[in-house]
Design a protein around this ligand. Sequence first.
Ligand SMILES: NC(=O)c1ccc[n+]([C@@H]2O[C@H](COP(=O)([O-])OP(=O)(O)OC[C@H]3O[C@@H](n4cnc5c(N)ncnc54)[C@H](OP(=O)(O)O)[C@@H]3O)[C@@H](O)[C@H]2O)c1
Length: 345
Amino acid sequence: MGEGKFTIASDGVDPLNVPRRTLYTGAKIPAIGLGTFGSDRFSGEQVSEAVRGAISVGYRHIDCAPVYGNEALIGEALHEVMRAGIKREELWITSKLWNDMHGEGDVLLSCAKTLKDLRLDYLDLYLVHWPFPNSHAPGCSVDSRNPDAKPYIHEDYMETWRQMERLVELGLVRHIGTSNMTIPKLKLVLRDANIRPACNEMELHPHFQQPELFQFVVENGMVPIGFCPIGSPNRPDRDKTETDTVDIEDPVIAKIAKRRNVHPAVICVKWAVQRGQIPIPFSIHRKNYLSNLQCTTTDPLTEEEMQEIAGIDKNCRLIKGQVFLWKEDQSWEDLWDVNGEITPG
Ligand SMILES: NC(=O)c1ccc[n+]([C@@H]2O[C@H](COP(=O)([O-])OP(=O)(O)OC[C@H]3O[C@@H](n4cnc5c(N)ncnc54)[C@H](OP(=O)(O)O)[C@@H]3O)[C@@H](O)[C@H]2O)c1
């Protein structure tokens, strides 16, 4: 499918049949999106081509971020599909503020750069990618530390958040949200925000169901967006540890997949949509991203199947975030407030 050749696929899914979730503003967001992090394995061109293909088969929600290094190429795909007749209002485009742009004046600049790259004049959702202003070189080892790294400082986060709110007031962004948060951090943000987060993007897959955070997010009027919904089997090697488990090899997932004659990945996606989170699975392979979308419109999992999957949670976090730690001899758990309180600096 080359430049100017965008067409709607005849074997795709009618976007009107894809479930949607309602945000507290009343806006509707498609209940599945396409992830765009190429995991250092796929080029920006390949990911951009997947965005084009995904929209052609019926996706209307794309999860982007400048740190994925491909927004300008994705912008070309978005431009092409809109020129071919897909209306901007039909698309849901998310992007994220990277960690090195939390400072005063940085947020507007970042958003403007993303808008320029994506060739848009507004975003549907803009997330603070991580609650830490700690950046690192792309592809660096998990042991590397930024000497300027800091813990979560709520006052600083709120200064960033005020700038996020300003983007909504300016009409550059329709909704703002958080990502990689914990309950104690979210409690403070909800207490102090003028414009509440509409969504919280968080790691969610059958082996990492985060039931407490999930419930907290929903009860507080946010919609959970689930990243790594398939357990990110092709994530960069630096993000793998020996104790990580593999969702798509889980006997329960495999059994249900066999029964329904689909790949286990599809069961992970189907479960996610049915549970109420918005999965954003990644694939550049048409067959895969098409089956992930199709499964949102087919026979639901039974109550028994849902319960079986609820029973296989292994509390196995895959994206541990080690590079964001702020001092020596820390454990990655410190990023996630596992004791229920914000880990002090
Ligand atoms: N907010 C954050 O901090 C954050 C963090 C991580 C990720 N994310 C977002 O979440 C998205 C998804 O996470 P992810 O890409 O790490 O992991 P994922 O979606 O859980 O897994 C992606 C992998 O699953 C395979 N797959 C997808 N559909 C399949 C199917 N139907 N059958 C078989 N295999 C299938 C793909 O393999 P093939 O390549 O073989 O198709 C792909 O490599 C990212 O792309 C990014 O947009 C956000």
